[in-house]
Design a protein around this ligand. Structure first.
Ligand code: UT7
Length: 314
């Protein structure tokens, strides 16, 4: 039997209209544009309106991805949504999204792996397709981080933003996704969390930073080794957009110049599970990727969780 793969057939994304710049944040907490840019690379982030939920943002991103793929919503047989900030406890964001899209009958569920959520969701959909459990899958990363940010905590409020990114995967005899790698280590839960009795997130930024740099360095090597590749074989790194210094460290370990790294963190900050698909869609629409190129996607986040995906472009 010909091996079955999943191929990425379309991408889409959405950022809310309101842009919150560093100067505006520095009017509220003791920080500055210079500090934020130097330490994180972030210049602005998008903030959803009070009545704009993750389902609203996910719907636009999903519709754009379906349009790019040339696929009707009713052709989907799997919808996986990665989010840490659902509008309601249940039904799942995936079911609410399914209804908005006008799809009936597809399997639909949410998945929670914080900033690594999109990679976890992509890996899950890939496994569904490879085992013939689905032919067309929609994978979404969406967050309204502004709802769980403590706007008086200067060490975290500068980092996060809202938005959504989506991809459509379809079964194919050609790859597609070459491999995915997922990990977690729950011993570090305290370093980045929304504590049980709280509404907002807390982070020990410097400890998270050091773990992220080390762990992402390891997972890119794991991904290369699994595919018999070297750093020079990677055409594009599409990293989690949390901090430009973390991205630069990973690129350096791969031996990749920054021109080969998709960076969108400057204008949307860390959008948790939406960061990777936002970056992917941004570069796809700028037509950065060429057929046959190797893209390496990676992310690290609360849990801790971390993961990667290697794919061959269309
Ligand atoms: O998505 C995955 C999860 N998140 C991340 O990957 C984020 C990981 N962490 C980071 O990006 C960085 O650790 C931060 C950007 C959060 C902080 O940068 P840092 O270089 O690790 O700084 P630091 O936490 O070691 O703090 C250095 C100083 C401290 O002052 P003192 O103690 O040296 O006097 C902080 O109080 O910077 C101070 N500081 C600030 N100063 C101005 C912390 N936040 C700010 C701020 N403006 N917004």
């Amino acid at each position: 039997m010909t091996p079955l793969y999943s191929r990425l057939c379309g991408t889409g994304s959405y950022l809310p209209e309101r842009v919150l710049g560093n100067d505006e944040i520095s009017q509220r907490v003791d920080t500055s544009d210079e500090w934020i840019v130097a330490r994180t690379g972030i210049r602005s982030r998008h903030i959803a309106a009070a009545d704009e939920g993750v389902v609203d943002m996910a719907t636009v991103a999903a519709q754009r991805a379906l349009e790019a793929a040339g696929l009707a919503a009713d052709a989907l047989d799997l919808i996986v949504v990665a989010t840490t900030t659902p509008d309601q406890i249940f039904p799942s964001t995936a079911c609410l999204l399914q209804s908005r899209l006008g799809n009936r009958g597809a399997a639909a569920f949410d998945l929670q792996a914080v900033c690594t959520g999109f990679i976890y969701a992509l890996a899950t959909a890939d496994r569904f397709i490879r085992s013939q459990g689905a032919r067309h899958a929609l994978v979404v990363g969406v967050e309204k981080m502004s709802r769980i940010v403590d706007w008086d905590d200067r060490s975290t409020c500068i980092l996060f933003g809202d938005g959504a990114g989506a991809v459509v995967l379809s079964a194919s005899s050609k790859p597609g996704i070459l491999s995915t790698h997922l990990h977690a280590d729950g011993r570090y839960a305290d370093l980045l969390q929304v504590p049980a009795a709280a509404d907002t997130l807390t982070m020990q930024g410097n400890a998270v930073f050091r773990m992220a740099v080390r762990t992402l360095g390891e997972i890119v090597q794991e991904t290369l080794a699994a595919n018999g590749l070297e750093g020079k074989d990677i055409d594009w790194l599409v990293p989690h957009q949390a901090n430009i210094r973390i991205i630069q460290a990973t690129a350096e370990k791969l031996g990749l110049p920054m021109e080969r790294v998709v960076t969108t963190v400057a204008h949307h900050g860390n959008v948790s599970a939406a960061s990777v698909p936002l970056a992917l869609d941004d570069a796809a629409r700028r037509q950065c990727f060429r057929p046959g190129q190797h893209l390496l996607l990676e992310a690290f986040g609360g849990g801790f969780t971390w993961g990667s995906a290697l794919l061959r472009w269309l």
